[in-house]
Design a protein around this ligand. Structure first.
Ligand code: HEC
Length: 142
């Protein structure tokens, strides 16, 4: 009993932190994921930011346009492989369907089986991580 109380305290602190970053104006969502964790996963682990954020003339990421879509300036190394020339604008998620994108991040394809073309990787995230990623992307709505 005492132990569970002690364990609960840092958890409360962590969720409070999630609202204090750059995404603090994000509206709470019904299927709320952890926005701070989503930022960490997309910026520092799965590196979504490297393909989905436009670049400045010197090749650095344009931090003022996070996840607003970018050209993929290389071709597939495999002749004849389907390949996307553009990573879409996913800041705010726009018209992307929440549950289809949950499926994309956890199974690698939308609910109807449609899979994004390479070089978008076929992710197999946990539900919790995928919710966090989508919560973060929603927080970038403009
Ligand atoms: C190596 C480059 C690359 C990386 C890394 C990458 N993406 Fe993508 N992503 C793409 C491209 C290219 C497309 C467009 C695919 C197409 O047009 O079929 C795409 C498509 C998408 C879509 C739209 C899927 C749909 O239903 O059509 C979402 C959402 C998305 N990416 C999210 C992410 C997230 C979140 C991450 C990190 C966890 C990520 N991407 C990492 C290149 C990338």
């Amino acid at each position: 009993m005492l132990l569970s109380l002690v364990l609960a305290i840092p958890a409360v602190g962590r969720s409070a932190d999630a609202g204090s970053g750059p995404a603090s104006n994000a509206p709470p969502s019904a299927s709320s994921g952890d926005v701070a964790r989503g930022r960490y996963l997309t910026h520092s682990v799965a590196m979504c930011i490297q393909c989905h954020t436009p670049r400045n003339a010197d090749g650095t990421l344009d931090e003022t346009r996070l996840f607003q879509g970018a050209a993929i300036p290389v071709e597939s190394p495999f002749k004849g492989q389907e390949w996307a020339a553009q990573a879409p604008d996913i800041a705010g998620l726009g018209s992307f369907d929440e549950e289809d994108e949950m499926s994309v991040l956890t199974k690698g394809h939308r609910r109807d089986g449609h899979a994004p073309k390479p070089p978008m990787p076929p992710f197999r995230m946990s539900e919790e991580d995928a919710r966090a990623v989508l919560a973060y992307l929603r927080s970038l709505a403009r």
